[in-house]
Design a protein around this ligand. Structure first.
Ligand code: NCD
Length: 303
């Protein structure tokens, strides 16, 4: 039995397989409509979500399975003081697979040690978010046709943005990838990730200027400033509008740039950018459902 806690739990070959399956699901959805008949997915969300939880549920329903779960900690026995280990041992009696989001870093990992069924980390605090990365990778593959030799701009809250951390880990494994990290000083990529990049000799630069980085980028990954992880509101207010992508800022960008965002957006991308052919963030949402279908099939070992 396998869980998915960190994106590097999957080899690059396994990621290729998931992407191939997702592309096959997109081309032949009927073939998959009954694959998870009588299987159940539980979504245990101790933190708010729209896309991640509903895409997991939509994914399982499109595979012919059923879903159960809760969408807030105060709707569960966590409010009574139950541990995540006891919660998953319980839910494992009702469901075949569990997707869990939790505000505490490492909670899904702890849960996976006690769970009788596979656990999928659907976001743990400011740490990791491997299934968003799978959605990002499927989008990059469909837009660019490759993962190697890409200059990837990561912009916004690189400190608390868990999707950024998982995406760096995933893309670091491909040749010729370089990162341009664009953030205010207070929201730079955590030191442990910088050390990993240094150790592996992966090229990266850090800058405060989106304008300066723009012409070099193949991918621009915008992120929201993660209000819920700030210790004080004044810092959030000061930093929240550090970057706002508008059509004029894209004038110096490559014609083939792909603009990604895990969503939800607040102010980081003006709605005027949505009609630009380079905007991929709503395709990314759709891809998130298909790649989660592929992941559920893999972890449930459904052929
Ligand atoms: C992200 C998350 O939860 O980390 N959202 C998502 O799952 N698509 C990004 C965010 O909340 O800013």
């Amino acid at each position: 039995m396998r869980s998915l806690i960190d994106i590097i739990d999957l080899t690059v070959e396994e990621i290729d397989e998931l992407i191939a399956t997702a592309n096959d699901i997109i081309a032949n959805p009927d073939k998959y409509a009954e694959k998870c008949k009588r299987k159940k997915l539980a979504t245990l969300f101790f933190e708010p979500s729209t896309r991640t939880r509903l895409s997991f549920e939509a994914a399982m329903l499109e595979l012919g399975g059923s879903v159960l779960g809760f969408s807030a900690a105060n709707n569960s026995s966590a409010a009574k003081g139950e541990s995540v280990s006891d919660t998953v041992r319980t839910v494992g009696c009702y469901a075949d697979i569990i997707a869990m989001r939790h505000p505490k870093e490492g909670a899904p990992m702890i849960a996976s040690m006690r769970s009788p069924v596979p656990i999928i980390n659907a976001g743990d605090g400011g740490h990791n978010h491997p299934t968003q990365t799978l959605a990002d990778l499927l989008t990059i593959q469909r837009e660019k046709g490759r993962f190697d030799h890409l200059t990837v701009g990561l912009c916004g809250d690189l400190k608390f943005g868990r999707t950024v951390h998982s995406l760096i880990h995933a893309l670091s494994r491909y040749e010729g990838v370089q990162f341009v990290m664009i953030s205010p000083d207070e929201l730079k990529v955590p030191e442990y990730i910088i050390q990993e990049l240094e150790k592996e000799g992966i090229p990266y630069t850090e800058t405060r200027s989106l304008e300066e980085a723009m012409p070099t980028l193949d991918i621009l990954y915008m992120t929201r400033v993660q209000r819920e992880r700030f210790f004080n509101e004044a810092d959030y207010i000061r930093l929240k509008d550090s970057y706002i992508l508008t059509p004029d800022k894209l004038e110096t960008a490559k014609k083939e740039l792909s603009i990604l965002h895990p969503l939800p957006r607040v102010n980081e991308i003006s709605v005027a950018v949505d009609d630009d052919p380079r905007a991929c963030y709503f395709k990314q949402v759709m891809n998130g459902k298909y790649i989660r279908m592929a992941l559920i099939l893999k972890l449930l070992e459904v052929a």
